[in-house]
Design a protein. Structure first.
Length: 116
């Protein structure tokens, strides 16, 4: 149960560093998918149901960051055109960070050959 308490404590922390939240999001995803025992999974999910704002806060911070980053890359592409550095930045974001709505927005606004 130590891991459950650690994650709850980290979710309640008032951190202002985006890397902290992105890292926590990945760790929690991995924990739920690969590491949690059945009991840990049940307890953590129950605690998160009681205080649903914890995960909502995490989701809003991380998705807002990704959305802004996607918009900045799209803007750079339309202002600067193609360049090796920008193409690398777009591909890295697409493959490592973008999910859902960010990918939809990038599909609408960027050439598909950049999104591989």
């Amino acid at each position: 149960m130590e891991r459950v308490e650690l994650y709850l404590k980290r979710l309640r922390k008032g951190e202002n560093n985006i890397e902290y939240w992105l890292s926590l999001e990945k760790e929690l995803d991995n924990f739920f998918e690969n590491e949690a025992t059945e009991e840990e999974d049940k307890i953590l999910r129950e605690e998160l149901r009681k205080d649903w704002g914890l995960m909502e806060h995490l989701f809003m911070i991380c998705s807002g960051y990704r959305w802004e980053k996607a918009q900045a890359l799209i803007k750079r592409y339309h202002e600067e055109g193609r360049s090796a550095g920008l193409e690398e930045d777009i591909r890295k974001f697409w493959n490592e960070e973008a999910v859902g709505s960010e990918k939809d927005e990038m599909r609408k606004n960027l050439p598909t050959d950049l999104l591989v």
